[in-house]
Design a binder for this molecule. Structure first.
Ligand code: NDP
Length: 276
């Protein structure tokens, strides 16, 4: 057991990889690069080592209970706890994907909402008092992406509980299976999953207030990664800037917020901010 620990999920490539790079440079502690695929993860670590950086590696698939528990037990035994947790791992179907809406809805919500929630429930007991959690949301996670006013009211209810939020996510998946989702939920399963993650952030903050843990959601900007089909104008290091700010530098008063890539706190349920 020694020193502080930072963990980044899904960090073998893209924004997560750049967050690991930034943490290795700025964080005084051990940085864990994690990935669902061991080979890809170890290759990423080797690449960072060529830059003189030394992240540690551990396998972590957030959709796999056993993987999460193995990682949790390892961290508990070897390090005692986690000081920074960056929930970065996510999936997105491409615009021209041919999978039916029901499949896209179920899979996207399963990874981007339910798997993140499950990983948090297993890892939060390890977060040290004073720790920081950064949930990588998106501009698509702005509440305005949900067309139904009634649903928006549910999402922003300050007393919303996790079981109720999970119920809403499940309700969306069922609507997608019936083909009735579009008028109320819109046509993007990615947006619904990220609105869910942003709403989850607010609830998690309420639950962790008494342990002095800060939880924030962030839109990293439109970034040149596989997920964006390399259309985003920002580099992965630029995309990592706001998540790193929240993990390391933001004032302690910044908690339970939705933060834009320019590091500004943004109204989640207000006017839609300028996209990128
Ligand atoms: P990438 O597709 O480049 O990287 C996603 C990472 O998540 C990969 O390492 C991937 O692993 C990993 N991952 C996926 N599923 C799992 C899983 N079950 N367990 C563990 N890891 C998993 O995406 P980006 O870097 O672009 O995205 C990073 C974050 O930023 C995401 O949350 C995304 O939604 C968000 N975001 C991105 C934007 C952009 O413009 N790129 C804009 C707004 C938000 P593998 O290599 O094995 O697939």
């Amino acid at each position: 057991m020694s020193g502080k620990v930072a963990v980044v999920t899904g960090s073998n490539k893209g924004i997560g990889y750049a967050i690991v790079r930034g943490l290795c440079k700025k964080f005084d502690g051990t940085v864990f690069l994690t990935s669902r695929n061991v080979e890809l993860g170890k290759k990423a670590v080797a690449d960072l080592e060529k830059e003189g950086l030394h992240p540690k590696y551990h396998q972590l698939d957030i959709t796999d209970n056993k993987s999460i528990e193995t990682f949790r037990d390892f961290i508990k035994k070897e390090h005692g706890g986690i000081d920074i947790l960056i929930n970065n791992a996510a999936i997105a179907f491409k615009q021209n994907a041919t999978e039916p809406a029901a499949v896209q809805a179920e899979q996207t919500v399963a990874v981007n909402y339910f798997a993140v929630l499950n990983a948090c429930e297993k890892l939060f007991p390890l977060i040290q008092n004073g720790g920081r959690v950064v949930n990588i949301s998106s501009s698509a996670g702005h509440l305005s992406k949900i067309p139904s006013e009634a649903l928006r009211s549910r999402f922003k209810d300050p007393n919303l509980t996790i079981p109720e939020l999970s119920g809403l996510m499940q309700q969306y998946v069922e609507a997608a299976k019936q083909g009735t989702h579009a008028p109320e939920w819109g046509n993007s399963s990615y947006a619904v999953s990220k609105v869910g993650l942003t709403a989850l952030t607010m609830i998690q903050q309420r639950m962790l207030n008494d342990r002095d843990i800060k939880v924030n959601a962030v839109h990293p900007g439109y970034v040149d990664t596989d997920m964006s089909s390399h259309k985003g104008p920002l580099s992965i290091d630029e995309g990592a800037a706001a998540p790193l700010f929240l993990a390391l530098d933001a004032d302690d008063s910044v908690k339970g917020q939705y933060v834009w890539f320019d590091k500004q706190i943004t109204s989640w349920d207000g006017k839609t901010p300028t996209p990128y």
